[in-house]
Design a protein around this ligand. Structure first.
Ligand code: GLN
Length: 479
């Protein structure tokens, strides 16, 4: 069974690495501990595959380099799990879709390369909603991950396997992707820290694209210091992704420890009627503590937020339909056995390979981009997105941060929303706005409601990731 409520078996990431570097512990033992914990929590389905042979080889290599007195890096011997939409060596990369079953990546994602360069070891690939489309991992073509706190409930999505793996204590950190909430929501549902950086701060190279204009990459951890360290390592310019930006000159570690005089805007639209009373009181309690710690709380309103979900569910499928057009069964992934001409082969391969949510998004995406409807839907959504960005910029002239819940509810029951796609999309109501504006946002555990974790969402202006992490770190302390 899980060790959910017990203390973590992993010390801070920095001290794991120091111990390996000093020869106090062995990378091989850490990797074996990760696999043993994974085996003991198998019933939660957090993982799709392991990269065992390669991971053990790397661990042995690190241990022998330590013996020779060589310097390894800031993550010496630290095991981690990557969501299965990161291209990695040592096993398949499937994005939890049947169309990519059996696919072996020819290169690794930049984020993985940067972690490995510091001595981290990828031990497994986490489950997700196929291609990242979802909020519960129920859209995985393989199986649903279970919430570590209650096996009848979802872990959130789409990075549900990554969040569950961290809370099941398999590894000290996991990588996720967040296009409309997929790091923050599972973090909130499982009680982990989930950090979505400013758009462009972490390279998307080697990460299977969902909606390219909002796709971001970030860590899921048990605490802010660990998240900050991982962000520090994976962030910054990358020549393989033209949208990447420079990281903060001060980096993301050694964060300021006080928030005196900082203004936090409590977003009225985030605290509306639909928010569950248990969630609301956890958020209000946390905000009170932040006030006691010296922050100033201000009520703010961002009117276009109420339309952000509608806007997201036009722009996202439009980009999804385009990004998924590359899966044609000819170059990689599933190829149908059905005979016919090349067009038939495309059609059959895609029909057999894609799950129903991917197909739904391809249909909606091609519809909103089609010549007759482009102006009515896609163009309007883009206009609204621009308005939302303007409203965010204006509000950030008045306050330093925004706050609210990550989700109006705690983790729901498996099966509860799966038959009603619209209901499932509504789960994203509080997370999509920062995705559309490119703002950094984080979910920090803020206690429990009826035994299930609640996350507070903190949002900062684009590029202010360091300030946001500092606020998150203070928040973690006051809770
Ligand atoms: N739940 C949202 C969606 O299905 C967000 C997904 C994501 O961030 N990858 O689009």
């Amino acid at each position: 069974m899980s060790s959910v409520l017990s203390k973590s078996q992993w010390p801070s990431i920095a001290s794991i690495s120091t111990d390996v570097q000093n020869g106090k512990s062995k990378a091989l033992d850490l990797v074996e501990l990760a696999y043993k914990t994974l085996e003991n929590s198998n019933e939660f389905n957090s993982v799709i595959s392991t990269t065992k042979k390669r991971a053990i080889g790397i661990a042995k290599d690190i241990d022998s380099r330590v013996k020779k007195g060589q310097k390894i890096g800031k993550l010496a011997g630290v095991p981690f799990i990557a969501k299965d939409n990161f291209l990695t060596f040592g096993g398949e990369t499937t994005a939890a879709s049947n169309i990519l079953k059996g696919f072996n990546a020819p290169y690794q994602a930049t984020a993985i390369e940067r972690l490995e360069a510091e001595g981290a070891i990828c031990v497994a690939k986490a489950n997700l909603d196929a291609f990242g489309h979802g909020a519960s991992t129920e859209n995985s073509d393989f199986y649903t991950t279970k919430n570590p706190h209650d096996q009848k409930r979802v872990p959130g999505g789409s990075s549900g396997g990554s969040a569950a793996a961290v809370i099941l204590d398999i590894v000290p950190f996991a990588l996720g992707t967040d296009t409309g909430g997929s790091i923050r929501l599972p973090a909130s549902f499982c009680g982990a820290v989930g950090y979505k950086p400013t758009y462009g701060l972490v390279s998307r190279s080697g990460v299977i694209a969902m909606a390219s204009s909002t796709d971001t990459i970030g860590p899921l951890t048990r605490n802010i210091a660990d998240a900050a360290l991982i962000l520090d390592i994976i962030s910054g310019k990358d020549e393989l992704d033209g949208t990447t930006i420079e990281k903060d000159k001060l980096g993301y570690t050694n964060l300021p420890t006080h928030i005196k005089g900082k203004k936090i805007g409590i977003v009225a639209e985030f605290m509306g009627k639909g928010v569950d009373p248990g969630v609301r009181s956890r958020i209000e309690d946390t905000l009170k503590e932040l006030k006691n710690a010296g922050a100033e709380l201000v009520e703010v309103s961002i009117p276009s937020i109420s339309l952000a979900l509608a806007c997201y569910y036009i722009i996202c499928p439009a980009e999804v339909s385009s990004n998924l057009s590359r899966y044609d069964g000819q170059r990689y992934g599933h190829t149908s056995n059905m005979s016919g001409n090349i067009e038939d082969s495309y059609n059959w391969s895609r029909s057999e390979g894609f799950g129903s949510e991917a197909k739904r998004r391809i249909l909606i995406g091609t519809y909103v981009l089609s010549s007759g409807y482009y102006d009515a839907y896609y163009k309007k959504a883009q206009t609204l997105r621009t308005k939302l960005i303007k409203e965010f910029n204006e509000i950030f002239n008045k306050v330093d941060f925004l706050a609210g819940p990550v989700s109006p509810v705690t983790a729901f029951k498996i099966g509860q929303n799966i038959k009603d796609p619209l209901q499932m999309w509504l789960v994203d109501i509080l997370t999509v706005a920062p995705s559309l504006t490119g703002s950094p946002a984080v979910s920090v555990p803020a206690g429990y409601s009826d035994g299930m974790p609640v996350g507070i969402q903190l949002i900062a202006p684009t590029g202010k990731d360091r300030d946001l992490l500092a606020l998150a770190s203070v928040t973690e302390k006051v809770i």
